[in-house]
Write a protein that binds this ligand. Structure first.
Ligand SMILES: CC(C)(COP(=O)(O)OP(=O)(O)OC[C@H]1O[C@@H](n2cnc3c(N)ncnc32)[C@H](O)[C@@H]1OP(=O)(O)O)[C@@H](O)C(=O)NCCC(=O)NCCS
Length: 293
C-alpha cells in the first residue's frame, strides 16, 4: 500500500472535493490562504486536509480533515497531518490549531488522531447552541421591550452610513475584534443587515450584534461587542434581544439560528440557562487543540 500526500492545485482538487463541505470548497476557490492537501492510497483519492494560513503568516488552522471510511486506520490521517505540519514549518508557522465539536460523530476518532500525533490536550473554548422559531418566540415573550438609557439608542445595520461602517472597521482594528468567529474575519459570509444592530451613544457606535447568513435558512449570531467601559451593564443581553426581535420578523425565511458563547462569558451563559434553555435544540462544546511546531 502506497500513501502519497500532496498540495492540490486547480483541477487536481476535483476528485478530493467530496471529502469536505461545499462551504470549505467555496472558500478554497476564493481565499488565497486556503490550502488543500490530498492523500491517495495506491493512486486512488482517499483523504483531504484543508489548512488556512492567515495573511500575516503567523497562524494556521486545520479547517477540515477527512479520510474515506474505506481507508481508515491505515495511517492515512497521520500522514496527512504530518504533511500539513511540514507545510507549516516550511512557511515558518509556529502553531497549527484545530477545533471540533465534542458531539460530532467523528469527535472521538479526531481526538485519538491528534493525541497520537502529539497535539495538546483538547481545551473547551465555547459552547455552540442551535435553536429555531420557538427559541426566538420564547425570548420575545419573556422579555420586556428595552428602553435604552438616555443618550443611547439601537439602530439597524441597514441604516448605517459609509462613515459608520468605516468607524466599525476602525474599532475592529483598535480593539482587535474579528468580524466573525473566524480569526481572519469572514469575507465569504454576508452580514444580515435587517437583523444585525448597533448601539450608539450620541453619534458614536459603541457596540453591536452582527449576524451572518450561513446556508439558506440559518442566521448565525456571530459577534457581540461592547466598548469595554460599557461591559457589565446589561447592554450586551439587551442588544442581543433587539436582534432576536428583528430576526423574528423574518423567521419564515430564516427559521434556524446558531450562536456561540465563549467559555468565560458568564453573563451570556446565565442568560442562556435562565431564559433560553428549554428552547435550545442542541448545545455542543467546541474543543480546541494545537501542535507547537
Ligand atoms: C479522524 C480520522 C481523520 C483518522 O484518520 P485515519 O486515517 O483513520 O487515522 P490513522 O490510521 O492515521 O490513525 C493514526 C492514529 O490515530 C489514532 N486513531 C485514529 N482513528 C482512531 C479511532 N477511530 N479510534 C481510536 N484511535 C484512532 C490511533 O492511535 C491511530 O494509530 P494506530 O492505528 O496505529 O492505532 C478519520 O477517522 C476520519 O476522517 N474521521 C471523520 C472525520 C470527519 O468527520 N471530519 C470532518 C470534519 S473536520
Amino acid at each position: 500500500m502506497v500513501i502519497q500526500c500532496r498540495v492540490l492545485e486547480g483541477f487536481h482538487r476535483v476528485p478530493f472535493a467530496r471529502f469536505t463541505s461545499s462551504h470549505t470548497n467555496d472558500r478554497c476557490d476564493r481565499e488565497p490562504g486556503m490550502v488543500m492537501i490530498g492523500a491517495s492510497v495506491d493512486d486512488r483519492p482517499a483523504a483531504l486536509a484543508v489548512v488556512f494560513f492567515s495573511a500575516d503568516h503567523e497562524n494556521a488552522l486545520l479547517e477540515s480533515i477527512f479520510v474515506d471510511p474505506s481507508a481508515r486506520r491505515l495511517g492515512v490521517g497521520r500522514r496527512l497531518l504530518e504533511t500539513a505540519e511540514a507545510i507549516c514549518i516550511e512557511r515558518s508557522i509556529r502553531t497549527l490549531r484545530g477545533s471540533w465539536y465534542h458531539d460530532a460523530p467523528s469527535a472521538s476518532s479526531i481526538g485519538s488522531l491528534i493525541d497520537a500525533c502529539g497535539w495538546s490536550s483538547p481545551e473547551e473554548t465555547s459552547i455552540v447552541h442551535r435553536a429555531g422559531r420557538r427559541g426566538l418566540e420564547h425570548v420575545d415573550r419573556t422579555n420586556r421591550v428595552w428602553r435604552p438609557p438616555g443618550g443611547f439608542k439601537v439602530e439597524s445595520w441597514s441604516e448605517l452610513s459609509v462613515a459608520d461602517l468605516a468607524s466599525i472597521d476602525a474599532l475592529q482594528g483598535e480593539y482587535g475584534i474579528p468580524s466573525g468567529l473566524h480569526p481572519e474575519g469572514e469575507p465569504m459570509l454576508a452580514v444580515s443587515e435587517s437583523t444585525s444592530v448597533v448601539l450608539r451613544r450620541g453619534d458614536e457606535i459603541v457596540g453591536w450584534m452582527v449576524n451572518h447568513l450561513i446556508g439558506s435558512e440559518t442566521l448565525r449570531y456571530s459577534s457581540l461587542w461592547l466598548r469595554p467601559d460599557l461591559v457589565g451593564r446589561g447592554f450586551g443581553i439587551s442588544i442581543t434581544i433587539e436582534s432576536i426581535r428583528r430576526h423574528l420578523a423574518v423567521v419564515d425565511r430564516l427559521p434556524r439560528l446558531i450562536f456561540q458563547v465563549a467559555r468565560e462569558n458568564d453573563a451570556m451563559h446565565r442568560f442562556v440557562q435562565r431564559r433560553l434553555e428549554p428552547e435550545i435544540e442542541r448545545s455542543s462544546t467546541l474543543l480546541r487543540s494545537e501542535r507547537v511546531l
